[in-house]
Design a protein around this ligand. Structure first.
Ligand code: MRU
Length: 349
């Protein structure tokens, strides 16, 4: 079981302590965030990333961003709080957990608002702590509900990182894997490297290797041929936002995995906590997709890998339509989405 705390309070509670995920897998570096600028840039730069961890970091980051303003008059404090929340909200648009956590924090501030900013800060600190603890517990429950999907001998394909690094607990997509291994089952994980920022090879491979779980890194175009060869039993991925019709936004490349899994009749599972569900967005077409700088593609491997001036398309996420999703594993149980459960073992037939 991984002991990885991607986001937590620094001792004394004056800072949000994160693992700087941009330094992995070379170095395990922790950073303390104490200002609004630091919180926003840590989220934008993907130092802290993964939808649940972003939500937790946003809530805790809001606390440290406004704590020093508690001496100001209530109306000024309130304006500072609203302004900080809006700046954090604008950092990354696709992960539902970010807005969910901030809305919850602002609601708590309204409840606690008796004209005393210090009391509001303390109420916000308590709420952020609850968001952190609840996320940890939701990951565990996702693992428990997903455990039957990962029998002994499973060969699991995942994409990006939806593990401990992406949450405050044991992850979402990787939670059933961790619990299956804890239960003594043999599980092998294949992970797409996940271009352009390599969350699969840098992060998922790092945390699984650290936990002693066999993991094989693939480049992003390799999975379909492994499916065809009958070497993948199931796919398990995370989610950034789940629309009301169960279309799922997740890391760019997820849709291609789902299409290949559908063709080969391999179960395709999505794991996500309640905070990722967005009942106000009807379908995947209405999900805002974050587009990131071209340099992530043209210089992603530390050197120029595309000619100067070439056009670049760099959406951070894509949408997998619900027809391709076998089930969603949430903290409250399994939601069977498409009725397509796949073959008992991989392979088209
Ligand atoms: O851009 P990232 O690294 O934040 O993208 C992360 C993903 O797409 C994850 O699969 C998703 O957030 C779920 S994390 C439990």
């Amino acid at each position: 079981m991984p002991i990885i705390e991607a986001v937590r309070w620094a001792p004394g509670g004056g800072a949000v302590r994160i693992i700087d995920q941009t330094a992995l897998p070379d170095q395990l570096v922790e950073r303390d965030l104490t200002t609004l600028d630091e919180v926003c840039s840590a989220i934008t730069s993907l130092s802290v990333r993964g939808a649940p961890a972003i939500g937790v970091a946003a809530a805790m980051g809001l606390v440290v961003s406004v704590a020093r303003q508690a001496g100001r008059p209530p109306s000024e404090f309130r304006a500072a709080l609203d302004g900080a929340a809006e700046r954090i909200r604008a950092t990354r648009p696709t992960a539902a957990n970010l807005g969910w956590a901030l809305d919850r924090m602002l609601a708590r501030a309204r409840e606690a608002d008796g004209g005393n900013p210090s009391a509001v800060v303390e109420a916000l600190r308590a709420e952020a702590g609850m968001i952190l603890e609840e996320d940890r517990a939701m990951c565990r429950r996702i693992g428990e509900h997903g455990l039957p999907l990962v029998p002994d001998g499973s060969r699991v394909l995942t994409h990006c990182n939806a593990g401990a690094l992406a949450t405050s607990g044991i992850g979402t997509a990787l939670a059933p894997v961790y619990l299956a291994v804890e239960a003594g089952r043999r599980v092998e994980v294949f992970v797409n490297e996940t271009r352009p920022l390599l969350q699969g090879s840098r992060l998922t491979a790092w945390e699984l290797s650290r936990a002693g779980i066999p993991v094989t890194v693939l480049t992003d175009g390799m999975a379909a041929s492994l499916m065809r060869a009958g070497r993948i039993d199931l796919c398990l991925v995370g989610a950034d936002r789940i629309a009301a019709n169960h279309d799922v936004a997740n890391k760019i490349g997820t849709y291609a995995v789902a299409v290949a899994a559908g063709y080969h009749r391999i179960p395709f599972y999505v794991a996500a906590p309640a905070s990722t569900f967005d009942p106000c967005t009807g379908s995947g077409d209405a999900i805002e997709i974050e587009h990131r700088p071209a340099a992530e593609v043209t210089h992603g491997l530390g050197r120029r890998t595309a000619p100067e001036g070439v056009a670049v398309h760099n959406p951070a996420f894509d949408v997998t339509p619900h027809e391709l999703i076998t089930a969603i594993v949430s903290d409250t149980g399994l939601v069977w989405v498409s009725g397509r459960q796949g073959a008992a073992r991989g392979g088209r037939g």
